[in-house]
Design a binder for this molecule. Sequence first.
Ligand code: HEM
Length: 158
Amino acid sequence: MQTTVAIATIALIVHSLSAVVWVGGMFFAHQILRPAALALEPGPRFELWDRVLSRFFSWVIAAIVLILASGFAMVYGVFAGFPGIGLPIDLMTGIGVVMMLIFFHVYFAPFRRFRRAVARRDWAPASRQLAQIRVLVGINLLLGLLTIAIATSGPYWA
Ligand code: HEM
């Protein structure tokens, strides 16, 4: 019993804070930094995004590892596994996995091409790749907000 309470407490704190870092970071990048950075010339703007996204994506990778570890710790250490665990947690897991796949696609495809274009100072392809990253991060932001809405309200409607 004591162990279950300890797992639940620690895992839920780690899980929620990791979600805050990931989803809050996407909100800031997409809704605040992006419109503000549009005032910059293309060169400095792309170099800024190169530095911003490199740092942010390292945090996202750490957040994903912690979300998965703490999520599965709760599923198997607090609940009795996935069968019968309830719709909110099933939805959270499903949408969460889609968000992770989208993130790793961004990280290994458009972001990698964006960095190569910025290193060559080739602004046209850099602009195209950044536009793709913006769309995919926008989708992940909506999915992340939806997941948090489901996770927090779930106990009241499921
Ligand atoms: C991908 C695998 C995931 C698994 C297996 C998982 C599992 C869980 C579990 C078991 C809980 C505890 C629910 C309860 O005590 O009723 C939880 C809570 C939570 N999860 Fe997830 N989760 C995952 C992904 C995510 C993602 C991607 C986000 C947000 C971006 C997220 C946000 C939250 C939040 C905010 C809570 C706290 C809800 C509350 O207690 O009010 N989870 N998760």
